[in-house]
Design a protein around this ligand. Structure first.
Ligand code: SAH
Ligand code: CA
Length: 238
């Protein structure tokens, strides 16, 4: 019951036709399978005033299956927050896998860190406290980094999504996957601008621009999935 109440809060940004339908998915297929450390992390991080920013458990389940199908070993995450998608990634790559995790906000990362430690996966994480663009530019300069990542999850400032994409098209190997999050921006991408709440307008504009650029990008195969707040899966093909 308590879980239900929490997820109603998450579902505000969901795109399904009804909250009941979303709840149905969670109750039937998600909560029963969500790993204990991930449940724990959600609980610990609920104290954060922006806890709604965390990746929702159904979207996490989708990422987990992709990580497994790809046999992902080296991954990169841009936008860690309190670590739901990070812990999920750590739990779905091998013991000797590595995640480069970038965020400007170390304090948020540290809220979830005890759960990550308890789950025994901290050794897979290389947390970089930095502006993501700066960190990526440093990584790109290393010739060994080219094509060295199997998977990337991008969930930070939307204004830089295309900049991140340009760098990731060097860092993620051909055949690897980059996922961009929030690419339906609460459904506003399909609304006329004047029907959109002021605080969502800028994000809507940036998301529309990014989606249009990705749709034309021949370097990737794409799938614009309506899970969570919209996730675009890009498989690098050249
Ligand atoms: N993936 C996370 C949610 C990320 S929320 C989860 O599953 O919980 C977005 C995060 O992006 C925030 O923690 C914010 O600090 C970070 N962020 C925003 N702009 C950034 C930037 N320019 N560089 C690095 N991190 C940034
Ligand atoms: Ca997100």
């Amino acid at each position: 019951m308590e879980e239900k109440a929490k997820v109603y809060a998450i579902s505000e940004k969901g795109l399904l036709q009804t909250k009941e339908l979303y709840q149905y998915i969670l109750d039937t297929s998600v909560f029963s399978r969500e790993l204990q450390p991930l449940k724990e992390l959600r609980e610990v991080c609920a104290i954060h005033p922006r806890a709604w920013m965390s990746t929702a458990p159904d979207a996490g389940q989708f990422m987990a299956i992709l990580l497994q199908l790809l046999n992902a070993k080296r991954t990169i995450e841009i936008g860690v927050f309190t670590g739901y998608s990070l812990l999920l990634t750590a739990l779905n790559i091998p013991e000797d896998g590595k995640i480069v995790a970038i965020d400007v906000d170390r304090a948020a990362y540290e809220i979830g860190l005890p759960v990550i430690k308890k789950a025994g996966v901290e050794h897979k994480i290389d947390f970089i406290e930095s502006e993501a663009l700066q960190a990526l530019d440093e990584i790109v300069q290393n010739p060994d980094a080219e094509g060295s990542f199997d998977f990337a999850f991008v969930d930070a400032d939307k204004v830089n999504f295309w900049n991140y994409h340009e760098r990731l098209m060097k860092l993620v190997k051909v055949g690897g996957v980059a996922i961009y999050d929030n690419t339906l921006w609460r459904g506003t991408v399909a609304m006329p601008e004047d029907a959109v709440r002021q605080k969502l307008k800028e994000g809507r504009k940036l998301t529309i621009e990014f989606n249009n650029l990705l749709a034309k990008d021949a370097r990737v195969q794409i799938c614009h999935a309506s899970i969570g707040d919209g996730m675009t899966i890009c498989r690098r093909i050249s």
